[in-house]
Write a protein that binds this ligand. Structure first.
Ligand SMILES: Nc1ncnc2c1ncn2[C@@H]1O[C@H](COP(=O)(O)OP(=O)(O)OP(=O)(O)O)[C@@H](O)[C@H]1O
Ligand SMILES: [Mg+2]
Length: 330
């Protein structure tokens, strides 16, 4: 008799979580005046938290790890629809999870005011790193997502990738700007399993032009995007998943290159679309699916997220009815 396989475990790390507050006004925002809000909603948020929610929503085992937590954030996270363990170092009484405030007007205009996040000490960064390594023991995948908090070294993700090699877990990195450059600078020694650049991030990494990438993708001309993704793969990243918004996505790995367009949807809110793509890829991979199926799953989850309102993230029931079709390019 074969032993029952344990449910795969996915660990999602959010270096700089945020407490998102959405303030809805019944009129235009008037600077310098007192206005009443129609509603105020709060949510424990973060890019790794989004990945964790999507993975948990599909019934897979998840641990969410955060750089730093305070009581308010922990309480709000506990109220989320998808119950999941959440770990992180406890911030001091003077430190708080950053607050990101969105003000919405009836016309659809939104204003965002994002907080900087707590300045972590070197000891706190070390403690958070240890918490992550501990959670990653026995995990199938670890995703490192989002921006870094002030005080964290710019190469924190690169150092975490290095430490995570010992766990045997596959590693996904989804970040931007200087922390993304630092992860690339650590290649080939700092090899990992999945990167998910959008057109801006692909341009940043390969010296290309984001607008040109987007126009080419809309026109179905994928050569330059595949070349750029292939160059990244050659540097030591097993799977390069380039997401192209409404134009779909490209996947390059050791077996080849594939493209699939995104299903035609009515976009409600693209919040969490990229994070849902990462989760979709990981969910397919832990289920033993092929590269093309993993690309299709990434697009299905990303597009489902874009079709859902506000910060609502997709569950398996929300996926597009017709399957995403992948074309082999190389
Ligand atoms: N307009 C759209 N129509 C259909 N699908 C979309 C649309 N926008 C995004 N998506 C889906 O979401 C996926 C990820 O989108 P995108 O490339 O914009 O990621 P991103 O810029 O990393 O997003 P994020 O801001 O969440 O990090 C796409 O591959 C696609 O499947
Ligand atoms: Mg993104």
């Amino acid at each position: 008799m074969t032993e029952p396989q344990p449910t795969p475990l996915v660990v999602a790390f959010t270096a700089n979580p945020s407490l998102d507050r959405t303030i809805a006004l019944d009129d235009q925002l008037r600077r310098g005046e007192v206005q009443r809000a129609v509603s105020i909603t709060e949510q424990a948020a973060g890019k790794g938290i989004n990945v964790a929610r999507v993975v948990a929503g599909s019934g897979c085992q998840v641990i969410a790890v955060c750089g730093g937590l305070d009581d308010e954030y922990t309480m709000l996270a506990g109220r989320a629809a998808e119950p999941m363990p959440i770990r992180g170092i406890k911030l001091t009484a003077e430190q708080h999870v950053r607050g990101n405030t969105t003000v919405t007007e009836p016309s659809g205009v939104t204003t965002k005011l994002n907080g900087p996040g707590p300045k972590l000490s070197a000891a706190q960064v070390a403690e958070a790193s240890l918490l992550l390594m501990d959670a990653a023991e026995g995990a199938s995948w670890v995703a490192l997502s989002g921006s870094l908090p002030p005080g964290a070294p710019v190469d924190w993700y690169a150092r975490l990738v290095d430490g995570l090699h010992a766990t045997g877990a596959k590693i996904a990195v989804d970040t931007s700007d200087a922390s993304l450059d630092a992860v690339l600078d650590a290649l080939p020694g700092g090899y990992f399993d999945l990167i998910k650049p959008n057109s801006d991030e692909l341009a940043q990494l390969t010296g290309g032009d984001a607008v040109a990438f987007e126009r080419a993708a809309e026109a179905g001309q994928l050569d330059e995007i595949v070349d750029a993704a292939t160059a990244l793969h050659a540097r030591g990243i097993a799977n390069v998943l380039v997401t192209l918004g409404g134009s779909g996505a490209v996947l390059v790995n050791a077996e080849g290159a594939w493209y699939a367009s995104a299903p035609k949807i009515t976009v409600a809110s693209t919040v969490g679309a990229g994070d849902s793509s990462v989760a979709g890829f990981i969910l397919a991979d832990v289920a033993g699916k092929s590269a093309a199926e993993s690309l299709a799953s990434a697009i299905a989850y990303g597009s489902a997220a874009a079709s859902l309102p506000g910060t609502t993230l997709p569950r398996p029931d929300d996926l597009p009815a017709s399957p995403v079709v992948c074309t082999r390019l190389r």
